[in-house]
Design a protein around this ligand. Structure first.
Ligand code: PLP
Length: 355
């Protein structure tokens, strides 16, 4: 690798690239699942529209989560459900509240829908990123949002806010609280851990894209009380999840042991990566409850980008809201295979040495 790194053009053409910019799962599905998917493809009727109620998938999600099927909504990825939440619960002139930084999809959708957003900043002090809860509660009272979306764990910081705080937010808001648990399998504990105990104004969002390793399938799901679900059903496109994704997600749920084992491995790789980065001068890695890690460096972004490119590493330089005022660069690195993380560390060492 050391020799190849001196030949960037060749490296990018020979070696596989380490694609760590979209927080994907690096592992393929287990052979048993792939075989079941193949069999499903041959029995599915592609000339017919999908079951508009996604009955079998919602029933399987009900068994999986312990919540009744009429509390469950499925979508074309979590993305679609985020868009539905904004459409269903934010009237014209209404307000969305998010953390800043948070998942870029919120801004993308709110802009597309012309929704006004009130952002609550995450802060950096004493080497950690944290939320000033008093500030959030004040902002909640001042802007009275129709919808609050909190990614928990937060993308890109990996911070998982305490469940008790989320419950407090739910009780203080007059609107809907959407808890985006896209990464929750990797840490932090879920709002769904206690079946039946979901406040009336809470929507919990989950996805098959991260821990389940099925980002290409585009299936997300959400849990909320039927009165909330009814409002989403009113605007949901009737055939929003295709025949194959419905069946494939249902099949995947039979492999939850496999999923948990992979999550364990990814979390282990993540924690070791954080330790290693924090040994390097000039780099800081923040503890993460997700399958990515946020890094900070005093190197300029352009130099980091160039060095990563030479090593075939793709990472993300996320929008950081008010934290972008700090000097240096913020980089979000997805957790891939051990070998890929080794490659990232080599790139960080190159940059440390030059620092
Ligand atoms: C916090 C968060 N929520 C939701 C999503 C959307 O996931 P998907 O549409 O693949 O289900 C992502 C994707 O990166 C995310 O980071």
């Amino acid at each position: 690798v050391r020799v190849l790194s001196k030949m960037p053009y060749e490296l990018s053409s020979i070696s596989q690239e380490a694609r760590l910019d979209k927080n994907e799962n690096p592992y393929d599905p287990p052979p048993g699942m792939t075989e079941e998917l193949r069999m499903a493809l041959s029995s599915i009727k592609l000339n017919r529209y999908p079951d508009q109620e996604a009955t079998a998938l919602r029933r399987a999600l009900s068994d999986h989560s312990g919540f009744p099927a009429d509390w469950i909504t499925v979508g074309n990825g979590g993305d679609e459900l985020i868009s539905y939440l904004m459409t269903a619960f934010i009237p014209p002139g209404g307000c969305l509240m998010t953390l800043s930084p948070s998942f870029s999809g919120y801004e993308h959708q709110s802009r597309a829908l012309g929704v006004r957003t009130s952002e609550v900043p995450l802060e950096y002090r004493g080497g950690s990123i944290f939320l000033d809860t008093e500030k959030l509660i004040d902002r909640l009272a001042a802007s009275s949002p129709d919808l609050v979306i909190i990614d928990r764990p937060n993308n890109p910081t990996g911070l998982s806010l305490p469940l008790d705080l989320l419950k407090e937010i739910a009780s203080l808001t007059r609107g809907i609280l959407a808890v985006d648990e896209a990464y929750v399998e990797f840490g932090g504990g879920s709002f769904l851990d206690v079946p039946g105990e979901l406040p009336g104004n809470v929507f919990v969002l989950r996805t098959f894209s991260k821990a389940w390793g099925l980002a290409g399938l585009r299936v997300g799901w959400g849990v909320c009380r039927p009165a909330v679900r009814e409002k989403i059903e009113r605007i949901r496109a009737p055939f929003n999840v295709g025949v194959f994704p419905q069946e494939a997600a249902r099949i995947a749920l039979g492999y939850s042991e496999w999923m948990r084992a992979r999550v364990g491995r990814i979390s282990y790789t993540r924690d070791r990566f954080v330790e290693e980065v924090n040994r390097l001068p000039g780099w800081k890695a923040f503890p993460s409850s997700a399958n990515f890690v946020l890094l900070h460096s005093l190197n300029p972004k352009e130099l980091i980008l160039k060095t990563f490119r030479h090593r075939g590493v793709h990472a993300r330089f996320p929008a950081m809201g008010p934290l972008s005022e700090m000097s240096g660069a913020w980089v979000r690195v997805g957790i891939g295979l051990e070998e890929e993380m080794g490659r990232v560390l080599e790139a960080l060492k190159d940059l440390s040495a030059g620092a």
